[in-house]
Design a protein around this ligand. Sequence first.
Ligand code: PEP
Length: 222
Amino acid sequence: MKRPLIVGNWKSNKTSTEMLSWIDEAVKQKEFINIFPGQMIICPPFPYLDLFSREILKHKLRIGIGAQDISPFELGAFTGEVAAEHVKEYASFVIIGHTERRKYFLESDELLSKKVAQAKRVGLSVIYCVNDEDMFIPDGVDVFSYEQTWAIGSGKPDTPEHAALVIENLKKLHPTVLSLYGGSVTKDNVSSYMSENCIDGVLLGGASLKFDSFFSLLQALS
Ligand code: PEP
């Protein structure tokens, strides 16, 4: 049986109080969360990585932790940057090259390759986002996520058939890298992506924000 990889990207959402309520609700469903046959990773905003990781540990929740970005530089005089060493204290995963980083912060392939190198230097697993099959994926990436720009947060997902076609093509060049589909995934459509052989999991934005929608999505896969 496939063990789906479910990655929730909270983006620049939530206060610490809202995050703690999400965790409270997860604790109530701890038994289910801990026996879910797949792997779950939540990527909170940087300032909450510490608190989130302590709460997850305290409540023994089987949820992995990821950051949403990382500095392309080593530790040093780079004001405002969050270096690989900082991330590694709290997280095992990092999203690099999300569409919103490329769109609003004009991140280039060259910059993103530096970020991947920094992440790998400290042993973080990299979840790398691309929008089509022609986009460059640097060496060292552990998981790629295919998501069309227009499908993100729009309620208009790509079809499972087309997503599978793109992902199959990406896997021809990167056969050992795990794959995610991202873009308007909900509890109602998640199974159709997971039933495609080449898709190993999903990247969630909106559906990961409220615990009940995240939980219904897990239930749809159980
Ligand atoms: C995303 O931003 O990567 C994403 C998949 O968002 P949503 O699920 O809200 O479309």
